[in-house]
Design a protein around this ligand. Sequence first.
Ligand code: PRP
Length: 179
Amino acid sequence: MKIKDLKVVYDAQAIAARVAEMGQEINRLYAGEDVVVVCVLKGAFMFFADLVRHLDMRPELDFVRVASYGASTATCGTVSFTKDVEVPLQGKHVLLVEDIVDTGHTVDFLFRQLAARGAKSLRLAALVDKQERRAVPVRVDFAGFALPGGFIVGYGLDYAERYRELPGIYEAVIEPEGA
Ligand code: PRP
């Protein structure tokens, strides 16, 4: 698969405006509470960095990374940690930050794992809620944008580790095999 062209889906300005709104929603919900905000690497790094700058409850920040096995473009049911949380979660509110929810397997795995650490509540902020391939039901508490389908890159999202640095989100136009 080769990317032939990129079409803007959400530009940097639209993303910044939506992320600011999400930050305010999150602030209202957690005012005065102990919150751990957890970034799911790598894809969420840019959204996380922008989102936490809007948060005013002085949260603890942590990072996780997971690996999934199976087809390269869709997460299957086998997910495991390659980097676990380091901050104790017992009795604290946990906000998981994802760039995109696709099949739902990654979030489903993380919610089960983090719930077992005694978190007081678990919520999810996802910049893009992509429902086309959802295999496991997932509640997205704070959703940036709902996208029906398509292959997107940029603002943290990659194709073969490239395009993550782009300030906007783009739909990738794929060159047909053998072209
Ligand atoms: C992407 C994305 C989510 C996950 C969502 O990560 O960042 O973590 O897939 O897919 P799912 O809902 O089908 O589980 P990816 O595995 O591409 O790794 P990356 O974040 O390092 O790019």
